[in-house]
Write a protein that binds this ligand. Sequence first.
Ligand SMILES: O=C(O)CCC(=O)C(=O)O
Ligand SMILES: [Fe+2]
Length: 293
Amino acid sequence: MPIEHLPATADPEALADVLKRDGCVVIDRLANPAQLDQVREELAPYTATTNQGVDEFSGKETKRTGALIARSPTAREIIMNPTVRGTVKNVLAHATSYHLHLTQVIAIGPGETEQVIHRDQWAFDFFPFPNGYEVQCNTIWAMDDFTEENGATRVIPGSHHYEDRKEFTIADTVPAEMEKGSALLYTGALYHGGGPNRSTGVRRGLNITYAVSWLRQEENQYLSCSLETARELDDELLRLMGYARGAYALGYIDDLRDPLQAIRGRDDSPEAFGDLAQAERQIRSSQEQFAGQ
Ligand SMILES: O=C(O)CCC(=O)C(=O)O
Ligand SMILES: [Fe+2]
């Protein structure tokens, strides 16, 4: 099955429909390539000192540079992209809310071999989530053109509905070839992996992932960005980073207060506390949907 491509003008509902059906979709030319060059420039001091991976999964010819909110103001804009966030909200609508899971530039160097085909949600202790209950909606933005030769991400469209813990080879996959500025969206249950780089150049991808807010974040957002920098960010981004309650109570501070107050200061108005009725309304429908699986 080929990977469906939609234009940057596609609306989040149409994108979410393809993600629910195929587990992946490419949005062509969603960002201006110059914006990705800017991310690359802002990160240059950090990528220069990033080490290669230490094992087969992280890739011995691959560099992974994170903490993008702290290190790249332009990456913040990409993280907040309205088309992507609208799509994530729709794909993860069975949970009360979602948050940022990780931010990482993945630079696959020449000579890198293929990554093992996996599901990103295996990071959660291989917990067998019910089929259709997606816990992640992920993106890889092409910072260079993604080609089969330079290590475009390999995916198996439709595999988000397969059994768990299956093993695949690269022959079972197709490369997510796309132009610089395009973005591959894929769910936590989609089988995929980084491709082998048989070119002479580096393949850079901006991996920004989102997860339901009742699961622990892979990149620790509170420690990856200093409190000083966090104070300069707007509320919407802070909430996405996790300065918000997940569900009714997860992540509160001291007297059940909203964690955003750790940044903005104390507020004892009724809105500063959790809304139980609202949380109940949001989760009731998903409990009905997944009951008995
Ligand atoms: O770099 C890529 O194309 C994919 C990497 C990946 O899937 C991962 O590290 O989990
Ligand atoms: Fe992955």
